[in-house]
Design a protein around this ligand. Structure first.
Ligand SMILES: Nc1ncnc2c1ncn2[C@@H]1O[C@H](COP(=O)(O)OP(=O)(O)OP(=O)(O)O)[C@@H](O)[C@H]1O
Ligand SMILES: [Mg+2]
Length: 269
């Protein structure tokens, strides 16, 4: 499991407003990372820096390529990104053309584009959306289409920036199941950025950012034990994490259990 993303000594300010000072972060290939932090803590800025959309001091290496004007296209061609507001990303009249767009940009042959789209659309089960106008879709459908556009390029990394926060729990769960599968079966590195604590349950590693600094970083089940640190920032632990801490206190479980079925199983026995 080698390093796929390495950000070293990142310094960045919007004008005089300093956001990062000597921030360093490594992400390994195949990790499923959640980056959590209160509003305004710098999460989206970090992603924009990582994607080369804004320039910072320091070095960024992705897939052994140093981020610079020469490499940025190549780097981005292997990163699928899903943002909170997909409307900003839709460019075509139909869902089909929209998903095709990123491949056309990469100069993929039309016959190959058709094949790829079919593959992804079958996988996500969204054939029925192909002829729709993107702007007429529901929030959840829009995010499924954005995910399709992210997947069709065969990404090594998928980044979601608050992409699942505003959608129905049902579609959210469905997308998380897909992300987990992509992570486990295709070894795609997943970075999910959110300020919603319930979303921390899905990743294996959890990074807490506040005011541009990494406060906590480690295995999700261990990081969530730091309840006080989260509460100080106005973040409340997900129900299962809180329950685990209480049960642990009474010796009923010996570690954090973040899966409902697993929890029921444990308590039942
Ligand atoms: N283009 C900009 N110019 C000036 N300041 C900005 C700009 N974009 C963001 N900021 C400020 O930088 C800080 C970090 O913003 P950022 O969007 O990275 O936070 P975030 O953690 O993604 O927040 P949220 O959870 O609300 O999405 C905030 O104080 C924000 O107001
Ligand atoms: Mg943000």
């Amino acid at each position: 499991m080698g390093t796929i993303i390495s950000m070293n000594n990142i310094n960045f300010a919007y004008g005089k407003k300093e956001i990062f000072s000597n921030l360093s972060l490594n992400i390994n290939k195949g990790e499923f990372v959640t980056i959590i932090g209160p509003n305004g803590s710098g999460k989206s800025t970090l992603i924009r820096i990582l994607l080369g959309f804004i320039k910072s001091e320091g070095t960024i290496t992705v897939n052994d390529l140093v981020m610079n004007s020469k490499n940025s296209r190549k780097i981005i061609s292997k990163i699928g990104v899903v943002f909170e507001n997909p409307d900003d990303q839709f460019v075509a009249e139909t869902v089909m053309d929209d998903i095709a767009f990123s491949l056309e940009n990469l100069r993929v042959k039309p016959s190959e584009i058709k094949k790829k789209i079919k593959e992804v659309v079958d996988y996500l089960d969204i054939e029925y959306l192909l002829n729709r106008e993107p702007h007429t879709l529901s929030g959840g459908e829009k995010q499924l289409v954005s995910l399709a556009s992210a997947l069709v390029i065969d990404p090594d990394i998928i980044i979601l920036d608050e992409a699942l926060t505003m959608i129905d729990v049902d579609i959210r769960e469905q997308i998380y199941k897909i992300l987990k599968e992509l992570n486990k079966e295709k070894n795609i590195t997943i970075i999910n950025v959110t300020h919603d604590m319930d979303e921390t349950l899905y990743g294996d590693r959890l990074i807490l950012i506040d005011k541009g600094k990494i406060i906590l970083d480690g295995k999700t089940s261990e990081v969530l034990l730091e309840e006080k640190t989260f509460n100080k920032l106005g973040l409340t632990l997900p129900f299962l994490a809180e329950l685990s801490i209480k049960l642990k206190y009474y010796g009923l479980v010996d570690e954090m259990i973040l899966d409902m079925d697993e929890m029921v199983d444990k308590l039942w026995k």
